[in-house]
Design a binder for this molecule. Structure first.
Ligand code: PXL
Length: 281
């Protein structure tokens, strides 16, 4: 029997500016999975590149929602968390993971909190420490280089690193508790950009990169995480799913460049969905 796999995506809704749930839900659905959502906050726009955004923290709703789901005995094949609405949500989400996973589920935590060497404006150092604790509840974590530095309380090295540094960093990240790590925004060669992965169970490391397109493209972390998760749920091993995610994210950026639109509105991930489906076939 071919039962459709179920995902629970736990991120904010940024009403405008394609990121978090407005990216995760369509990508995971297009990949063929039943995707439920738990909104952690509702913002009029995301926090990067807009001023004056509204922010409704949905922390108070999580417990009653979880209680209802528990009464239904719900279980998901994958649990995927990203941007959280408050520090208190870290413990609530860890608890949700415990209740909603089953024997063959995996938990993917994207420790969304920082980029380019800096925490997002709405987050504190305390949040960064708490996020390291949430990573202990994950099977896979997907930080960028800035988030990796915050999680490990190490200096951010910018572009100043080599393969040996990244491979050692990946190993230190698995010590937080997740067996697998995919680090986004990694480059071992000039003019290229991609991701590096490590599976501490098999000892396998991987790297995949494509031609770097200069500029900051908003929401690409969520595009990357959602396509990585889709690859894993389609049965690909970590390094292959990582390659799919790099290819799809890169295509989204290429299409956005071609569309010459304001970068703060996110990438044209919709136009590349046929390509993602091809990659997952
Ligand atoms: O894409 C990450 C993200 C998610 N949600 C919100 C954000 C950001 C990044 O800035 O502001 C609200």
């Amino acid at each position: 029997m071919n039962i459709q796999k179920r995902v629970m995506a736990i991120h904010d809704i940024s009403c405008v500016g394609r990121c978090s749930l407005t990216v995760a839900l369509p990508i995971i659905s297009a990949a063929g999975f039943d995707c439920g959502v738990l909104p952690t906050a509702v913002l009029s726009t995301h926090t990067g590149g807009f001023t004056g955004f509204t922010y409704r923290d949905l922390t108070e709703d999580i417990k009653p929602i979880a209680a209802h789901w528990n009464s239904l005995g719900l279980r998901f094949d994958a649990l995927y968390s990203g941007f959280l609405g408050s520090f208190e949500q870290l413990a609530l989400v860890a608890d949700l993971f415990d209740h909603l996973k089953s024997q063959n589920s995996f938990v993917l935590v994207d420790p969304v909190m920082a980029d380019n060497g800096r925490l997002y404006s709405v987050y504190s150092e305390e949040m960064a420490k708490g996020m390291a604790g949430l990573c202990a509840h994950a099977d896979i974590i997907v930080p960028n280089l800035t988030e990796a530095a915050f999680l490990l309380d190490e200096p951010y090295v910018g572009d100043n690193y080599d393969r040996a540094y990244i491979e050692a960093l990946l190993k230190r990240l698995t010590l937080l508790g997740a067996k697998q790590v995919v680090l986004s925004g990694v480059s071992y060669e000039p003019g290229m950009l991609g991701a590096a992965g490590y599976d501490s169970v098999t000892g396998e490391t991987g790297y995949f990169a494509l031609k770097r397109i200069d500029g900051y493209f908003h929401g690409t972390g969520d595009v990357f995480g959602s396509s990585l998760l889709s690859g894993l749920l389609s049965g690909r091993k970590l390094t292959k799913a990582m390659e799919i995610a790099v290819r799809y994210t890169h295509r989204c950026i290429v299409l956005t460049e071609a569309a010459e639109q304001e970068k703060r509105y996110g990438v044209c991930f919709e136009k590349a969905i046929p390509y993602l489906i091809e990659l997952l076939a």
